[in-house]
Design a protein around this ligand. Structure first.
Ligand code: SF4
Length: 685
């Protein structure tokens, strides 16, 4: 008999971890969460959950939860009342606005929080503070997806649904390891491969999924653009382009085609390090399938050519006519549970709620009707620009909601230095993370189990988050905290009600027009949701959002990281995620999942390990031009010679001390996937 059978009650809500957005059936007894299961009738995850969603929930009442506001005085945190904390923050913010101006304040919202809280956070920054300095963690993961797909299709979201895997013939997994990072989708892809559907995996690592693939293209990190250009070359040469689709629905193809044919193919093959015939066969398999769909992840985006890579993945769907119907399309595997929603809600410096341009006067007329405040007209800082501004005394205050940027953003020492320079750092958090340690004020937030609202998963499905238990004493939902500070700053924001905020969102965001709390029901709705409540499982069926889909030619460029550090740093380190833990691990490390995996390890090829006399389990010092860290080695054939791979879930390793400060120039997404490093066995071991 499962524990849940003996529960007092069961509440359906949505997982707080990855962008698959699994439904959870949470069993509660005596006010405590006892177990979590996947509802059998769920549209997203019928009966399925991964080891995170099912077991990693006990963080919610862990003794480490912060339960009272903390203000730093003389370098030490002192417990305070909410009233004192709000008063302190409000007076500091007002002082900075008066002395320096609103653009000296910036906010980072949380892709872990519901839409309503993200919406309020950007409204707070724009309507109350008066700045567009608002961003979210998509900047460090899928910003190239949003930008690349907006340029090619007109909208940056996944074109299809997870269930389309049942309707496709060929799956291209590009720079993603869904078996570990999006396990329920990963299992579905694996199952499809076992059933005989063609699977192509593009990944520098021999992941578990790669073992099920018909074609594993194990390219050198950072060479995605070269590999995709080879795909196009073979597709064009084999006459596998969908000429009807290209003529009717796209633009810019001829120039694109000529560019592809003018490339030095031998050189591209050499750059990628993959056998040309394997690439050719994979390209033919994708292009000749009746229906082919792609999934891409951070291996595509977190590169200096991240946006270019996404544009080429989108172009690959266009050149073969794999867009606008079931079983095809371009499907970014979104990282955090609500990273789609954080962007939809306007937590970015150039676009407000609904992706409306903050520099456009017509847009302001709409926003100002709802916000009853004059809004700033110029684009604000992206996250990396916030740090840069702080280092140059151009930023005095930051407000960070539920993100542990010290551990997750690249070049941690630079991030720490930037945050230390601020006059005021407010952090809303569950735990005393490495980022919260640096705060001036820490505000104790509530977890997803203690909140109401909506999350939007990677297939644009807006789903209800239902409160399972009351917020732990002393804590508040993030939306309530933001509302109360808005009120304290003198803004007439009504008391927090997620359902009322959702109503306001539906009034502003065009693709939320038909969304109501009631209509979302048990299964949610995929945006755009029309006024009559019908939703949209497949985008771009008749016409692209931008009209015609656009081809953009791209030329491979070696990363600056490798150009500048080609001497003395012979390895390329690539960072990724493990199955049992989630991002900085602040939540999963405080659950039994810690017993499954208790530290980050460095994967190293046996030949490289032999050369450096490193044995399995040895401590290895990994050093980049930014810094160094010690980490335990795991000898593995999953990586080729010259490539190293690790996760970033544990602060004792703090792998981001060494990651690159090179960014994708279009989106400012950091290049976590290509880090020039050298290694040595740690002394004394
Ligand atoms: Fe949660 Fe993702 Fe696992 Fe589903 S696959 S249970 S959403 S972590």
């Amino acid at each position: 008999e499962s524990k849940s059978v003996a529960a007092d009650r069961k509440v359906q809500t949505v997982c707080t971890y990855c962008g698959v957005g699994c439904n959870l059936e949470v069993a509660v007894k005596n006010g405590k969460v006892r177990s979590i299961e996947g509802p059998l009738d769920s549209k997203v995850n019928p009966g399925q959950l991964c080891v995170k969603g099912r077991y990693a929930f006990s963080f919610y009442d862990h003794p480490d939860r912060i339960r009272t506001p903390l203000i730093k005085k003389n370098g030490e945190f002192v417990e305070s009342s909410w009233d004192e904390a709000y008063e302190f923050i409000a007076s500091e913010l007002k002082r900075i606005i008066k002395e320096n101006g609103p653009d000296y304040i910036a906010g980072i919202s949380s892709a872990n929080c519901p839409n309503e809280e993200n919406y309020l956070m950007q409204k707070f920054m724009r309507a109350v503070i008066g700045t567009n300095n608002i961003d979210n963690c998509a900047r460090v993961c899928h910003a190239p997806t949003a930008l690349g797909m907006q340029r090619t299709f007109g909208t940056g979201a996944a074109t299809n649904s997870i269930e389309d895997i049942d309707h496709t013939d060929c799956i291209l997994v590009f720079g993603a390891n869904p078996t570990e990072a999006h396990p329920v989708t990963g299992a579905k892809i694996k199952q499809a491969a076992i059933q005989g559907k063609t699977l192509i995996v593009v990944d520098p690592r021999r992941t578990e999924l790669a073992r099920y693939a018909d074609y594993h293209l194990q390219l050198k990190p950072g060479t995605n653009v070269a590999l995709l250009n080879l795909f196009f070359y073979y597709i064009i040469k084999e006459n596998l382009t969908d000429t009807g689709f290209i003529e009717e629905r796209t633009e810019g193809f001829e120039e694109f085609r000529q560019h592809i044919l003018s490339q030095n193919i031998d050189e591209l093959v050499n750059i990628t390090g993959v056998d040309w015939n394997l690439v050719r066969e994979a390209a033919i398999a994708y292009a000749s399938a009746a229906n082919a769909m792609s999934f891409h992840g951070l291996g595509a985006t977190e590169n200096s050519q991240g946006t270019a890579t996404v544009m080429l993945i989108a172009n690959l769907a266009m050149i073969t006519g794999n867009i606008g119907r079931k079983g095809v399309g371009v499907n970014p595997l979104r990282g955090q549970n609500n990273v789609q929603g954080a962007a939809d809600m306007g937590c970015q410096p150039n676009q407000g709620a609904g992706y409306l341009d903050v520099t456009d006067d017509d847009v302001h007329a709409l926003y100002e009707k709802f916000y009853r405040a004059r809004l700033p007209r110029h684009v604000g800082y992206k996250i990396p620009e916030m740090y840069e501004a702080a280092l140059q005394d151009q930023l005095k205050a930051m407000w960070i909601v539920g993100e542990n940027v010290v551990q997750t953003d690249p070049n941690s020492q630079m991030v720490i230095e930037a945050l230390r320079k601020l006059d005021l750092l407010v952090v809303q958090e569950l735990f005393m993370t490495e980022t919260a340690e640096l705060a001036t004020v820490v505000l104790p937030a509530a977890s997803f189990l203690e909140k109401e609202g909506t999350f939007t998963n990677g297939e644009r499905r807006v789903q209800r988050v239902n409160r399972v238990i009351d917020p732990l004493p002393g804590t508040k939902p993030d939306g309530q905290i933001i509302t109360e500070i808005m009120q304290r700053m003198g803004y007439p924001q009504p008391d927090y009600s997620a359902q009322e905020v959702l109503e306001e969102i539906s009034g502003i965001v065009p693709f939320f027009k038909g969304i109501t709390w009631k209509r979302l029901g048990k299964d949610g709705l995929q945006w755009p949701v029309h006024e009559d409540g019908t939703d949209t499982p497949v985008l771009h069926e008749e016409i692209f959002k931008r009209g015609r889909g656009a081809f953009y030619k791209q030329t491979y460029k070696q990363s600056l990281e490798l150009q500048e550090h080609n001497n003395g740093y012979p390895f390329i380190l690539t960072t990724n995620r493990g199955l049992e833990h989630y991002n900085s691990g602040a939540m999963t490390r405080r659950t039994p999942n810690r017993e499954l995996v208790s530290g980050d390890v460095l994967l190293i090829n046996p030949a490289d390990a032999g050369k450096y006399t490193i044995e399995d389990g040895d401590m290895v010092c990994v050093e980049s031009p930014r810094g160094k860290t010690d980490i335990r080695a795991q000898i593995s054939n999953a990586v080729k010679r010259g490539v190293l791979s690790t996760t970033f879930h544990f602060p004792d390793v703090m792998i981001n001390n060494i990651t690159s400060d090179v960014y994708d120039s279009d989106s400012l997404c950091p290049e976590y996937k290509v880090v020039a490093v050298r290694i040595r066995k740690s002394k004394g071991l």
